[in-house]
Design a protein around this ligand. Structure first.
Ligand code: UGB
Length: 598
């Protein structure tokens, strides 16, 4: 009480709030006024930040925490009264007429879209020292994830404008949610690479704040172990993206500019944009307010399951049930074996890849009501079964895919499922953990993430009529993977299957030991026979026909041990590198018609 004289009027109000919320333990060790006054004010600076960054303020955080901790202690099932069942959604088959039509519809809509990348996570499971969006998605061209995302958005923007023939103001906005863990390194990555070709004004960074940790079931706030003037904080989860978008004012700006869609995506999926155009087309055609992209999911795989939940009172919703909850929910509702694979070899519940497409109007309406707050959860690790003490402090968390939980039953919530090879290859696990993944389940490692890109591009070219060599099985960092020809292309070469088909003519062949990098927009493969390595670059307007027989010693895949610290971290975590023995490399720097025929 005596220390109040040290504080500003706003800080005094916050101090009173803390006392009312039974947080007086925070001040127990405070010395007399006049001693460490700057530290006391700094303490309240942090309290002010924690208060203003949480919808409803810190008092609301503490109240919610008490409720959720009481529910957790009582063992209350968050799905009490709900029965799970398999929802129905749009299932796409890559390359068929339906897929191509949805892609065209999606490209048409893309100029009315805004993209939101959640990239505040440190990626503890991966253990990589840098930010995850700076990791190369593949090592033929060395494109990092952020570059791949930005170049894909720009390619979609151009494709969308071409389709509507000029009637196009489009500069598709990109929002990146960062955190203290990732913010400055994300800014550096963008600035040192000229925003990968995007206008800096198109990109907006929103930084999420961490939330206060809690020491017990009464939601007493935790102090840092060695600092009585600092509240301990931890990440609140990707669900923060909704309140940040709401408070940024961006949604109404987008709405006024005629935008219609907001697409959310995660930090390390090198296949993501192969499924985006068609899924956006599904949203537009089916008028989905919420559309989640999904892939077949192995039972117990560490991705959420999209589930229809029907309550005893008749309410029903289609929602992600997180991987650690699906199995217990099924067991509690008459499925004694829990989450198991069906005869298809997969769980009947489609896997949520957390790529979400929201219609902007209904989304804005809902956020005006909720201020962007998302249903939270708490996951305390108790010391013993009395559930009275925690092993370490806990905090509330939230997930962006829980947004539909507060929607009325009239909301149109659906999903779009497609093959995993096309749309999902995240990089989440370090080599040791990936090597322990049960056989048949995906590794989700840097190794599998990169190999998945070569596989997808090979399969897409095959579908477009190219004869692509078969994969060989090999093992890197103790993970057995299919090694397909190392084929990559810039998103501006082709962002849809229709574009791929339009740039592949005649009889083309790529052997299994080949590497192919296509870096320019107006490059066409026509009667090419490739057995080796070929890298072609061309400025826009340089129309290059690549044909004839290209044969050289090529690039050989060489193993690298993940423990070999003489190799850069981003290379050794994938377990291989290229020995670039011989290649044909050609660059076309001016507009015109050219033929590359060795
Ligand atoms: N992220 C943030 O931006 N802020 C945070 O505070 C935390 C994370 P993880 P997770 O698709 O593979 C999700 O850790 O949480 C960003 C879905 O919940 O990679 O294990 C972070 O930077 C799950 O349903 O994923 O699981 C990253 O971009 C499942 O679908 C993103 O949030 C799974 O992803 C995800 O963080 C999946």
């Amino acid at each position: 009480r005596k220390n109040l004289s040290v504080l500003s009027p706003q800080q005094v109000e916050l101090a009173k709030m803390l006392i009312e919320m039974e947080q007086s333990h925070l001040f127990k060790q405070w010395p007399e006024p006049g001693v460490e006054d700057d530290e006391k004010r700094a303490f309240f600076d942090q309290i002010e930040r924690l208060n203003s960054s949480y919808p409803g303020g810190l008092a609301s955080y503490i109240r919610t925490a008490r409720e959720l901790l009481a529910d957790s202690k009582a063992g209350k099932n968050p799905f009490d009264g709900f029965t799970p069942s398999v929802p129905s959604g749009e299932v796409l088959t890559f390359g068929d007429d339906n897929f191509v039509q949805y892609e065209e519809a999606g490209v048409r809509e893309a100029r009315k879209a805004a993209f939101v990348l959640v990239a505040g996570g440190l990626g503890e499971r991966l253990g990589y020292n840098g930010i995850k969006v700076a990791l190369p998605s593949e090592s033929v061209a060395g494109t990092c994830f952020l570059q791949y995302y930005i170049e894909s958005i720009l390619a979609l923007q151009d494709a969308s404008c071409r389709l509507v023939q000029g009637n196009c103001p489009a500069e598709i906005p990109l929002v990146i949610m960062t955190s203290d863990d990732t913010h400055s390194r994300t800014v550096d990555l963008l600035e040192s690479n000229a925003y990968f070709g995007m206008k800096p004004t198109q990109v907006k960074l929103l930084k999420q704040e961490k939330v206060a940790c809690l020491i017990d079931n009464d939601a007493h706030l935790a102090l840092e172990p060695n600092n009585k003037y600092r509240i301990q904080t931890k990440p609140h989860g990707h669900g923060d993206v909704h309140s940040l978008l709401y408070s940024s004012g961006l949604l109404s700006k987008w709405h006024d500019a005629g935008l219609r869609w907001v697409l959310f995506f995660q930090d390390t999926n090198g296949l993501l944009f192969k499924g985006i155009p068609a899924s956006l087309g599904v949203s537009a055609t089916k008028w989905y307010h919420v559309n989640s992209l999904a892939v077949p999911r192995k039972a117990k795989e560490a991705i959420g399951g999209i589930t229809r939940l029907t309550h005893k009172d008749g309410r029903t919703m289609v929602i992600n049930v997180e991987y650690n909850q699906l199995d217990p929910l099924l067991r509690a509702t008459g499925h004694p074996d829990g989450d198991v694979n069906s005869e298809t070899g997969y769980s009947p519940f489609p896997g949520n890849i957390n790529q979400l497409i929201f219609e902007l109007g209904p989304y804005m309406g809902e956020l005006t009501r909720t201020k962007g707050s998302i249903k939270e959860f708490v996951n305390p690790k108790y010391k013993d079964s009395s559930k009275t003490a925690f092993k370490s402090s806990t905090r509330l968390e939230c997930m962006m895919q829980d947004y539909p939980k507060t929607l009325p039953p009239s909301a149109r919530v659906g999903f779009t499922a497609m093959d995993t090879w096309l749309a999902y290859a995240p990089v989440k696990n370090n080599p040791e953990d990936a090597a322990k993944v049960p056989k048949g389940n995906p590794y989700h490692s840097a190794t599998s993430g990169e190999m998945a890109i070569y596989r997808a591009n090979s399969l897409i070219l095959r579908k477009a009529g190219v004869k692509v060599g078969d994969p060989v099985l090999d093992t890197f960092n103790e993970q057995e993977v299919e090694v397909w020809p190392r084929i990559v292309w810039k998103p501006r070469w082709a962002i849809t299957f229709a574009e791929v088909k339009s740039k592949v003519r005649g009889n083309n062949t790529v052997t299994d030991r080949s590497t192919l990098a296509i870096k320019g927009r107006d490059i066409v493969l026509e009667d090419l026979s490739l057995d080796g390595a070929l890298l072609v670059d061309a400025v826009d307007g340089a129309e290059v026909k690549v044909s004839g027989s290209v044969r050289n010693k090529g690039w050989v895949v060489e193993k690298v041990n993940h423990k070999d610290t003489s190799v850069p971290e981003e290379v050794r975590i994938r377990g291989f590198k290229f020995n670039k023995i011989e290649q044909l490399e050609k660059s076309f720097g001016e507009a015109g018609k050219f033929e590359l025929k060795p």
